[in-house]
Design a protein around this ligand. Sequence first.
Ligand code: TMP
Ligand code: ZN
Length: 419
Amino acid sequence: MMFSKVEKCRICGSSELTKYLDLGIMPLANSYVDPKSNEKENAFPLEVVLCSNCSLSMLSIIVSPEAMFSNYVYHSSISRTFQNHCLEMAIGVKERLGGKDGLFVLDIASNDGCLLREFRKKGFKVLGVDPAKNLAEKANKEGIATIPEFWQESVALEIIKKHGKADAITATNVFAHVDDVHGFLGNVLLALSDEGVLIIEAPYALNLIKHSEFDTIYHEHLSYFLVKPLKMLFEMNGMELRDVEEYNIHGGSIRLFATKKGNTSFAANPENIKAFLELESREKLYSAGAYFEFASKLLDIKIELLSLLSRLHKEGKMVAGYGASAKGNTMLNYCGISSDFVEFIVDETPEKQNMLYAGNHIPIYPASELEKRKPEYILILAWNFAKEIIEKTAKHQERSGKYIVPIPKMRVLSGAEEL
Ligand code: TMP
Ligand code: ZN
């Protein structure tokens, strides 16, 4: 399995890249290990650099996408919180597009059809594209037409031929995975109607830096976006950023609306865009200092989590993890935690169950394991869904079980009201 080194900024082309974070050599966060297999695990450097010209943060290397996305075990639909977010997005986008029925929405990296399902309910004509064959098959079975391919020119051309151009193209939680962002937008321009809108949603790097969400850094996430570099990217590709909104999902995400240049049919909100740029500037995110400060805080998180877990271990308390998410894997591997401190992890994703977490090899089970083993503490690794997970584990609370939420700061909680 191969990786390549990043020599230039993927947005502006500058080669002035400053390394500000080194998380060591890490396995692929979403590659679960079959306990029966003796295949060697791959591990790669995990470092982040900052472009001094456009302020894009990016990984210093790129692992081949085929290795990461062809069989993808992340099912968006497992989280109720995310499903609700998708429903609200469909309602919001319909309103923005004038409330008409029958508009064509194309979702790039449509996963198991989580977002398109909601668009369809709201009267849109829907089509998905996703390279994970397992997920595309699941969506197709549900009647959500999904092309099992990476987003590329041939796919865009095939779509135009069969379905015409899209009124809206959505790309949620995928843009950070893309190396050739210019090529991606070029293909969007092909498939988007002249009055259409591109809607990108991605975790906001401001939250990563301000709330120490370092565990959202893993090999799949090639870029960590601010509004400034994305605005620049749109302008370089004959597009215009029209509006930006912020949402709580995934530790804080931005939703950007962009159109072809000169398309005035979509209401713009320049004041909003200006406010985001001013905020980024005020938080000093256009120079390296803030990033080094962020990197220096991570050791404190590691020390705090390890101290807590070692104390619980000495007291004979059992700790289990909830949510075998990719970010949880960064957290555990960075802190050097294995089944000595966290005995097992539960996750509702069928493909993750009875597998081992990459690197640390902690076993993963269905949620029912909590009732069998009754740990005293649940470490919420999918902290972005902490509320949902706490609400789901009422029995754990009935026996006075506690929760550990490590991000944005270490907290030990008894219930959701303390969040
Ligand atoms: P994420 O943090 O990358 O979105 O991953 C969340 C993981 O947690 C994913 O593997 C699914 C799992 N999960 C459950 O098993 N049950 C739940 O209720 C939620 C919210 C997540
Ligand atoms: Zn740049």
